[in-house]
Design a protein around this ligand. Structure first.
Ligand code: OVM
Length: 404
């Protein structure tokens, strides 16, 4: 607890922790438990922000977009006072009414119906990749699988040119790091940002996109007047920012949890059609996107506390997803047969992940392919965390698989 002065109210409990330091990023769960125990709204004086870690409060703040706005940025930086590192996203960093038509156009393009048409192709690609890895027997579940599969299928689905795709992962890492404080991780990433940003920006132009992908469909929505032609490349940028690292981390986290819990793998192997439930439980258990900020648009009362206008509030999605108040006393256990739906790993409310159908399809097809062919998956060395100010995941997960 702390008593140092700040612009935030002092009647609230405070925690001295730095949620963005290496140790907490690598293992945030002990901090999350103290955050939830401290109260519904907790001060983090180190950054002069408020924090929420309980499921009900995270859910409520995500849903109340009028009070907890996104247009001032969903990182630590308040766009009302600081210049954003890039042009703000028309989706993520926007509020109604501007957000509404843009979101509607993107929802239609990424709808379950539209994404379903990709299923056979993705399952085929997943089966081929897994066949090759099963032949090898030992491989790295991140560098040989989680980083390979999304990059094999998602840029093609968007219609991105082949040249320069190695920029996609670094760009996403930079964007997710940039939501945090300007620590070494951000400073280092921004040093090499320029050529990466230039490649991303060019890749969003109509002439550089295939004729049939999601990118082309965004431009077609502009032709139909659903969005403007000026908005189209910005929305392609959203796909390239939010669509790669997230799925890589999500698939990696699922494989890490399954390799660490052999009994859970056995259940999945016996019933591969549980893959989509296993993925939801993995998202709950180790959420790839750990945090997002909101900013209060007005003085407000929340959970019995007054919060002033202009206050940055850090929402711990990954903590809400392990809150014993919501999930019960086994909330910190990995159980693919639990009812994990309702987790906030994709957010909640008007900003809830619009790319969810494609993210889920990627995860489901690759996990199904593995579950069918592999009866046992075991770690062969310690997994190495990949630290990011927003994302939780792994740089390396060495495994051995035993085929059927
Ligand atoms: C965007 C976006 C959306 C969701 C997440 C995200 C970097 C970015 O629209 O650019 O993370």
């Amino acid at each position: 607890m702390t008593t140092e002065t700040s612009t935030v109210r002092l009647d609230l409990p405070g925690l001295d922790d730095d949620p963005f330091d290496d140790a907490t990023l690598a293992n945030p769960y002990e901090f999350h438990a103290r955050l939830r125990a401290a109260g519904p709204v907790v001060r983090l004086p180190r950054y002069d922000v408020l924090a929420m870690g309980r499921y009900t409060d995270v859910h409520a703040a995500l849903t109340d977009w009028r009070t907890f706005v996104s247009g001032r940025g969903v990182g630590l930086s308040d766009f009302q006072h600081e210049k954003p590192w890039r042009t703000p996203s028309l989706l993520l960093e926007a509020d109604p009414p501007d957000h509404t038509p843009v979101r509607a156009a993107m929802s239609a393009i990424l709808s379950p119906r539209s994404v379903r048409q990709l299923r056979d192709h993705l399952q085929e690609q997943a089966d081929l990749l897994v066949d090759a890895l099963v032949c090898r027997g030992e491989f790295d579940a991140v560098t040989d699988l989680a980083e390979v599969f999304p990059l094999q299928v998602f840029p093609d689905a968007v219609g991105v040119r082949a040249e320069g795709r190695e920029n996609l992962l670094p760009y996403g890492a930079m964007a997710f790091n940039a939501f945090g404080p300007r620590n070494d991780r951000v400073t280092r990433a921004l040093e090499t940002a320029e050529p990466i940003q230039a490649w991303i920006s060019e890749s969003c132009e109509r002439a550089n996109l295939s004729a049939t992908g999601f990118g082309a469909q965004i431009w077609a929505a502009a032709d139909r007047g659903e969005i403007t032609h000026a908005q189209a490349p910005m929305l392609v940028r959203s796909l390239l920012t939010a669509g790669v690292d997230t799925t890589v981390f999500g698939i990696g986290n699922a494989l890490h949890a399954l390799a660490a819990h052999p009994a859970q793998w056995s259940i999945l192997h016996e019933r591969p059609n549980l893959a989509k439930f296993a993925f939801d439980e993995a998202l709950r258990f180790e959420s790839p996107v750990q945090t997002f900020f909101r900013t209060t648009a007005a003085d407000t009362e929340f959970a019995g506390h007054r919060i002033a206008e202009g206050q940055k509030v850090l929402l711990f999605l990954g903590s809400g997803n392990r809150d014993e108040r919501h999930w019960g006393d086994r909330s910190e256990e990995f159980d693919i047969q639990r009812a994990a739906s309702g987790h906030v790993a994709f957010g909640m409310g008007i900003h809830q992940c619009v790319g969810q159908p494609i993210a889920r399809l990627e995860a489901e097809t690759i996990l199904t392919a593995l579950a069918r062919r592999v009866r046992r998956i075991e770690p062969t060395a310690a997994a190495v965390p990949r630290l990011n100010n927003t994302l939780k995941g792994w740089a390396s997960i060495p495994v051995r698989v035993h085929p059927v």
